[in-house]
Write a protein that binds this ligand. Sequence first.
Ligand code: PMP
Length: 428
Amino acid sequence: DDAPATSAEIAEQLPADTGAAELLERYQRSLTGVFGTPQAVLVRGSGARVWDAAGGEYLDLLGGIAVNALGHAHPAVCSVVSQQYATLGHISNLFTSPTQIALAEKLLSLAQAPPGSSVFFANSGSEANEAALKAVLRHRHSTAKPRILALEGSFHGRTTGALSLTHKPAYREPFGELVSGVEFLPFNDLGALETAFAQDDVAGVFLEPIQGEAGVLPLDEAYLTRARELTRRSGALLVLDEVQTGVGRTGEWFRFQTVDGVVPDLMTLAKGLGSGFPIGALICFGEQAGGLLQAGQHGTTFGGNPPATAAALATLQVIESESLLVHARQLGAHMAAALRALPQVAQVRQFGLHIGADLEPVHGVEAPAKEVVQRALDRGLIINATGPTTLRLAPPLNLTQEEADQALARLESALRSATADWPQPPGA
Ligand code: PMP
């Protein structure tokens, strides 16, 4: 006689044949339209699999968009979070608790941050970037260097400050004026970077070491190295947004660690950090960076709360104990080779389990990647499209090779069915 509480329980109360449609209809009536029409109503997840309200099973190779680092319902996370919530569920930031302290120490150690470094906990990637932007604004205010640089193709979030750093016009233009002084430089263009620093009036630079939403596009090592040299020389802050690349996604703890001599002043994390619990982090490298936001200058109610920090600690422990960095590199390479052999795939960019695959353009088809995503979904595979011809995969770091191969077989079937239906190029 208990009221249904979980998603699976709510769905089970509805008729098996019409429940999913009813839920979607209720969604349309009660939620804002910002996310468009959901692809499905999901009720349950376990490991790399999720199930919808109609009983359909999917292999989830998007992982909540690089969030479910350990897949769904990892036993270590389930157990620590329920125990943590049962013993200390939330405290205000007028207090602290051991999981918060231990997580900060662990992140600083994994990032090999120098003594004096510190962490601020937020609830999302956007919020971590808001904190980083406030640190840069504070620096701008005290140095009177007016310019803030970001890159074309960037994605740093949709809250107002983070949106000011996000390049895509469709996201920005409806809102008119945002934070002033932000300039977007062409991607990977060393000449433009040099020119931008010619006047020594830059307060900070925001870079994603690999642009995820733009289609898994890596910045060249030489670009990151030069950005570090120029920012250091001119006293500008280098902010690396590792919201998508951090915490093992690329087969390293953090992507910046693959480039010799590049250590940021500020780094932002979120996504995979909490295995799905909302948590973001701003890592301040060194005392000067950590001193940019002082008592009373920033804050949040939920940031770093006990269940979220416990989930993150458990996530990092499992990545270590199950050697998932090595696994991500090996399985990623295996998947990239298999992807390159699929019909219609032109190019694959793979860094651990951060994978982008470009399709050949199709004459007369505007967004082939979107069609492939739909056909994959129909075959029980979740991936997404970051552009008209680009597919993105961000599976759990503990995906097995068997699951990967099964997923790739579903993708191959989706690609074959799409290419069979697409018009042949003229003259073929
Ligand atoms: N930065 C990057 C690089 C991201 O990929 C994202 C999310 N796609 C964000 C920031 C924003 O994170 P959130 O959605 O958690 O606010």
